[in-house]
Design a protein around this ligand. Structure first.
Ligand SMILES: [Zn+2]
Length: 68
C-alpha cells in the first residue's frame, strides 16, 4: 500500500493501516496508512506529545500544591 507519509511526502509502497498513539474519539482518526519508517516517526512524535502533556499536568499539580 502507498504510504500516506506522517510528516513528509513518502513514496514507500510498504505501508499498512497503522494505529497511532492517539486517542481520538472518532477511532478512524487514530489510523493512518504508514510504512515502518513513518510508523516509527509517528510513535516518536506522539510519545513526545504525551510526555509533554504529562509534564504539563505534573507541573500544574505541583504549582497548585505549593500555592496553598
Ligand atoms: Zn512512509
Amino acid at each position: 500500500m502507498q504510504c500516506e507519509g506522517f510528516s513528509h511526502e513518502c513514496d514507500s509502497q510498504d505501508a499498512i493501516k497503522y494505529r497511532m498513539r492517539t486517542a481520538y474519539v472518532d477511532d478512524e482518526r487514530n489510523y493512518m496508512i504508514l510504512c515502518p519508517y513513518c510508523q516509527k516517526e509517528s510513535d516518536d512524535y506522539w510519545q513526545e506529545q504525551w510526555d509533554g502533556l504529562d509534564r504539563d499536568i505534573m507541573a500544574g499539580i505541583r504549582d497548585s500544591c505549593f500555592r496553598y
